[in-house]
Design a protein around this ligand. Structure first.
Ligand code: FE2
Length: 185
């Protein structure tokens, strides 16, 4: 499964700190061990259940969030770095793990991804933090997972969590507004 996760997530290699890289990889492996979903499902199912017939897959969206977050963080460091510190490893690891809890939030019914009973009670920010803590992911990264979605609107987000939150929403809201291309898959 480690190999499969590394192929699914080439961006894990961007994490500079070796311990963090390993903890992120372990979190995804653990999530698959506990999930009814397999890696192939993530290349097929839509990234959100909130957009009917969403044309973007789980992996297409999740990887785009990591790329957008990283490039945004780089631009901010380049132009604002003197005034605003940004921890690039926390941005990248947080973006890679933001939705790992969806593996415990979804199940497949009649070939389609649906929210499981557990998912209704514990959305992915909560299950994501639980998985990540179990794998030794540091609090700064768990904070990004916890605060990336709407639940985080009640939290004073770190700079890194703010970046990941906006990367997530800027790549989601156009679909939510109906701009996704029908039949793109
Ligand atoms: Fe999310």
């Amino acid at each position: 499964m480690r190999d499969r996760v590394e192929r699914l997530w080439p961006e894990i290699a961007w994490i500079g700190d070796e311990d963090l890289r390993e903890a992120v990889l372990r979190t995804w492996v653990l999530a698959f061990e506990r999930s009814p979903l397999g890696p192939d499902d993530l290349e097929r199912i839509p990234f959100t259940l909130l957009v009917p017939d969403c044309p973007a897959t789980f992996m297409e969206h999740k990887r785009s969030v990591v790329h957008v977050a990283r490039r945004s963080a780089e631009a901010m460091r380049e132009l604002l770095g003197r005034a605003l510190p940004v921890d690039m490893d926390v941005v990248i690891a947080g973006a890679i793990l933001a939705d790992v809890g969806k593996l415990l939030e979804y199940e497949i019914r009649d070939g389609r991804a649906v929210q499981s009973e557990r998912g209704e009670r514990l959305r992915h920010p909560f299950t994501g933090v639980a998985l990540a803590l179990e794998c030794g992911v540091p609090d700064a990264v768990c904070h990004v997972i916890a605060a990336h979605a709407a639940e985080g609107d009640l939290v004073r987000r770190s700079t890194e969590a703010t970046i990941v939150h906006h990367a997530d929403f800027m790549t989601y809201e156009p679909f939510r507004a109906g701009h996704g291309k029908r039949g793109a898959r």
